[in-house]
Write a protein that binds this ligand. Structure first.
Ligand SMILES: [Mg+2]
Ligand SMILES: [Zn+2]
Length: 416
């Protein structure tokens, strides 16, 4: 947990004219990076297990750029689909490399959401045996460009792609193009031709059989696709701004998890009360949440980097159980008292030095004025202070971490 993500990147992008003459739409540059780089980093921060890109038009360019690469530790596989079998056909043609359950997103649109909330939702639907597939919806009064969706009870009742017969539907719910399927469900699709469209053939087929549930995003959720010149230009101008967020940098030991000295046993992680729900509240509020931790125990030979990685993967899995995540973990393995290669290492990354913080600030679009460094030691706060970040020294004895941090976030106007 959580699952594989399949990104559909096959389209011709013909509505963008010359822009996509020799470049697949997901590889268009939107203000300094390709749209696909932007989209995948946004997905990978939630800790999905792997990404499968199903490419088509000019697919070799996507293959060359991403195949066998990793983003934030998440492995990426690219399949170039040469048969023009449509989005549904591409899925069916790759059953052998799909996991038991997977999220599907479009390679030309972005929804600013906590995907783990949708994932939690679909798992509940599955456990309750409601259905094996779900769609993420959003209300939008100007829905005509998108698929319109009518719901009843727990299920999608009607699904109409693009213009079709939409005036007949009494709904303002649109399809965001984000789906969850189990492979089990996909296997029940009766394929009547080689070419299968996910939106025109496959989903209506499942909807008719009452197999599709849904979750509706809050009205204000930001959603964009780059399919037409107007929205593409908008994305170029504003996507960076929309993804710029406050960041909360947590120390790890005795801030989020208890530590009795050189904490490294992943089978015995003791969270500070309220810490996991605090992280979820920050995720849902649209903040980035990072962990920066000194792990001098590696320099001292008490444990290895692999041990630290497993500890962090375990923390991430435990957070995902409640729909929370850490965007990135950073740690420094050095210790100023330990000789490496015959000299003492005073690493610029070890707190109170700010190296780990500056790495993150260079890699992510962060609103530094609204950001906060939180730790149980003066060295944690000092690391932030020397690059101008607000620090919060927590004192576990006085009041809960949760209340304390939320209060400071309120003062910094973190929650807009
Ligand atoms: Mg600490
Ligand atoms: Zn270091």
């Amino acid at each position: 947990m959580p699952c594989q993500v399949v990104i559909l990147c096959g389209g011709m992008g013909s509505r963008l004219g010359n822009l996509t003459k020799s470049t697949p739409k997901p590889l268009l540059d939107i203000g300094g990076q390709t749209f696909l780089d932007f989209l995948m980093k946004d997905l990978c921060r939630f800790g999905f297990s792997s990404i499968l890109l199903l490419a088509g038009y000019e697919g070799n360019k996507i293959y060359d750029r991403f195949h066998n690469k990793k983003i934030l530790g998440v492995p990426i596989e690219v399949q170039v689909c040469a048969h023009q079998n449509g989005t549904g056909g591409d899925l069916l043609d790759h059953l052998n490399i799909l996991d038991d359950d997977f999220l599907i997103v479009n390679g030309d649109s972005w929804v600013d959401t906590n995907y783990l909330n949708f994932y939690q939702f679909v798992l509940r639907q599955k456990r309750a045996e409601v259905c094996e597939g779900s769609i993420l919806l959003k209300s939008d009064p100007e829905y005509r460009r998108y698929g319109a969706v009518q719901v009843e009870g727990l299920k999608v009742k009607a699904f109409l792609e693009k213009v079709d017969l939409k005036p007949q539907l009494d709904t303002n719910l649109i399809n965001t193009g984000i789906y969850y399927f189990s492979k089990k469900l996909l296997l029940t699709y009766r394929r009547s031709s080689e070419k299968v469209s996910l939106e025109r053939d496959m989903i209506p087929y499942f909807v008719e059989r009452e197999e599709i549930g849904y979750q509706v995003l809050p009205n204000e959720t930001f959603f964009i696709d780059i399919g037409i010149p107007e929205t593409f230009r908008y994305a170029c101008a504003f996507l960076n701004k929309h993804s710029t967020r406050p960041a909360i940098f947590f120390d790890r030991d005795n801030t989020l998890v208890f530590d009795s000295g050189y904490n490294h046993d992943a089978s015995n992680i003791q969270w500070v009360p309220g810490a996991k729900h605090l992280i979820k509240a920050l995720n849902d509020a649209g903040c980035y949440v990072f962990i920066i931790t000194n792990q001098g125990g590696v320099a001292k030979g008490f444990y290895t980097e692999a041990t630290v990685d497993i500890f962090h993967e375990t923390m991430q899995r435990q957070l995902q159980m409640i729909g929370a995540h850490i965007d990135e973990f950073k740690y420094c393995v050095h210790h100023q008292d330990i000789n490496l290669d015959g000299k003492k290492v005073d690493c610029c990354r070890r707190k109170p030095n700010p190296g780990m913080l500056t790495e993150i600030i260079n890699d992510w679009p962060i609103n530094a004025k609204k950001s906060l460094v939180i730790g149980d030691k003066h060295t944690d706060v000092l690391a932030g202070k020397c690059i101008g970040l607000t620090g919060l020294l927590i004192n576990n004895s006085s009041r809960s971490l949760f209340e304390h941090v939320l209060e400071i976030c309120g003062e910094l106007n973190v929650f807009k």
